[in-house]
Design a protein around this ligand. Structure first.
Ligand SMILES: [Zn+2]
Ligand SMILES: [Zn+2]
Length: 277
């Protein structure tokens, strides 16, 4: 039995790739690495609040479980923890992610799974090099290469994870959906946002959420989730509507600051990781 966790935020489906073929590519890559076929459980996860319904529907149609699980490293540890109750080591686990809080060698070394690590092109997580201890990951590969190299090998189908139907799960609310449209509606619902208010970190004095959008009355789990929110169409639309009410001018500096903010968050994550180890 093999488990695959695919972080949709840091390893999206590249332009020109049919999302329905990703499953076949992952299975083919696993077969090449392992040399034999196993049952494969694939879960695409991350903050899915701003993803298109069509994309999630296509991913799901190939038998991939789709989970809204926005707490990054903490989400991965929870999902993997649940799976490991049914499938304890030895087994193979593939992590597809460029997120520094997920690709954490000391966490992976502490489990006894065989780990394959897949990260985005030009974005090899630097923490893979910060440790002198035994290798945490069995192999490393680049996400875009994995897809390109296995696009024509989809004939080699591995055994599907037939016991669970393709589903959509909101891990924040522990809700399960069979229909993608209902899942998307849920992620935008008041009930979901209220649940989110319950899990986000809060200031110890004021008890206000630490990451918060005043414009949308939206709490974020961390800086990264806040950036995803600030880039979302929903937020930009509300911001434009509220600034039209207040002031007519917009200087466009938001766009140019976007990349800088992402760089800053990455640097902060790397330095906080170094502090912890
Ligand atoms: Zn929810
Ligand atoms: Zn907002």
């Amino acid at each position: 039995r093999t488990g695959v966790w695919w972080d949709l935020n840091t390893c999206p489906v590249p332009a020109g790739v049919d999302p329905r073929r990703v499953r076949g590519c992952i299975e083919s890559a696993l077969y090449k690495e392992m040399g034999y076929r196993t049952q494969v459980h694939i879960e695409a996860f991350g903050n899915l609040e701003y993803m298109s319904s069509a994309l999630l529907e296509e991913i799901s149609s190939s038998g991939i479980l789709v989970s809204h699980a926005p707490c990054r490293g903490n989400s991965l540890r929870c999902l993997l923890g649940e799976w490991s109750e049914d499938y304890p080591p030895p087994a193979t686990v593939m992590l597809i992610s460029g997120c520094y809080t997920m690709v954490n060698p000391s966490f992976f070394r502490s489990t006894r799974y065989n780990f394959f690590c897949v990260y985005p092109k030009d974005c090899r997580p630097v923490i893979l090099d910060t440790e002198n201890e035994p290798k945490a990951f069995f192999t490393e590969s680049v996400w875009e290469n994995l897809l390109n190299d296995n696009m024509n090998n989809n004939a080699c189908e591995m055994m599907n994870d037939d016991d669970d139907d393709p589903l959509f799960i909101c891990e924040t609310c522990s809700d399960i959906f069979k229909i993608c449209g209902e899942f998307i509606t849920h992620l935008n619902s008041e009930q979901h946002i209220n649940e989110l208010f319950g899990i986000v970190p809060r200031d110890s004095d004021s008890y206000e959420p630490i990451h918060f959008c005043q414009v949308c009355n939206y709490p974020g789990y961390d800086d990264y989730n806040m950036l995803l929110h600030n880039q979302s169409e929903q937020h930009i639309r509300k911001l434009a509507a509220s600034s039209r009410k207040r002031a007519p001018l917009s200087d466009g500096s938001f766009q140019s600051n976007k990349m800088q903010s992402f760089q800053r968050v990455k640097q902060e994550e790397v330095s906080s990781f170094r502090l912890l180890h």
